[in-house]
Design a protein around this ligand. Structure first.
Ligand SMILES: CC(C)(COP(=O)(O)OP(=O)(O)OC[C@H]1O[C@@H](n2cnc3c(N)ncnc32)[C@H](O)[C@@H]1OP(=O)(O)O)[C@@H](O)C(=O)NCCC(=O)NCCS
Length: 185
């Protein structure tokens, strides 16, 4: 289970997630934008992930979480993109190939949900091919057409929209809803 650790020596006022000796998940820092982009550059080149504008990443670094190994290297990342105060998207989830298969992807998603909840969002959306991974965390399938905020901003101008094979999934962050237990559960 993810455990917020408010006493982490160098970042006492931010949420840091520990899980045994596994990578730590923490807020990204401004100087880490290039390392974050490098982490998934090959996935972008291979057409498996959408590119992110470096200027936007730097400007919105507060919406990124990174996972670091014991040497401090970034081995995972995830970001939130807010459409409005209620709705955000979990985007740019990536885990370094050497760190895959140990639950880090799921931990990053849960940490992003926790961040979204702390920011006051009521629902998190994602568009992904990694459907099972998100379903395991508690996301449920939905239709992207139900989210015009997403469609108009990202899908409509996308050159791949006619052949999009990504699946929309959502997670309700409100207490009392089906999966609204919060991200750190
Ligand atoms: C997808 C990715 C983040 C998963 O990271 P990970 O640390 O290996 O994931 P986890 O170990 O937490 O996986 C948890 C579960 O999700 C499943 N899962 C992992 N990757 C998956 C994928 N691409 N598709 C479907 N299910 C997946 C695993 O099988 C695992 O289930 P299991 O425990 O029953 O075997 C990683 O493979 C990656 O960075 N891929 C390239 C980028 C990418 O595809 N990002 C997703 C775009 S939204």
């Amino acid at each position: 289970m993810l455990q917020p650790c408010h006493g982490y020596p160098t970042r006492s006022r931010t949420h840091v997630y520990t899980e045994g000796g596994l990578p730590i998940i923490r807020p990204a820092e401004a100087h880490e934008a290039d390392d974050i982009l490098a982490l998934f550059a090959e996935e972008v080149q291979a057409g498996k992930m959408l590119p992110r504008d470096p200027v936007e990443v730097r400007a919105g670094i507060g919406n990124w979480l990174v996972a670091t190994d014991l040497q401090g290297r970034i081995v995972g990342c995830v970001s939130l993109v807010f459409f409005n105060a209620d709705l955000c998207e979990v985007r740019s989830l990536a885990v370094h190939p050497d760190a895959r298969g140990s639950g880090l992807g799921g931990r990053l998603i849960r940490a992003s949900l926790d961040l979204a909840k702390r920011r006051g969002a009521r629902r998190a959306l994602t568009l992904t091919r990694a459907v099972r991974l998100f379903e395991l965390v508690g996301f449920r399938r939905d239709l992207v057409a139900n989210y015009p905020e997403k469609v108009w901003r990202d899908c409509a101008p996308c050159p791949l929209k006619e052949m999009c094979d990504e699946v929309a999934l959502v997670y309700d962050l409100d207490p009392g809803t089906a999966n609204g237990k919060g991200g750190s559960a």
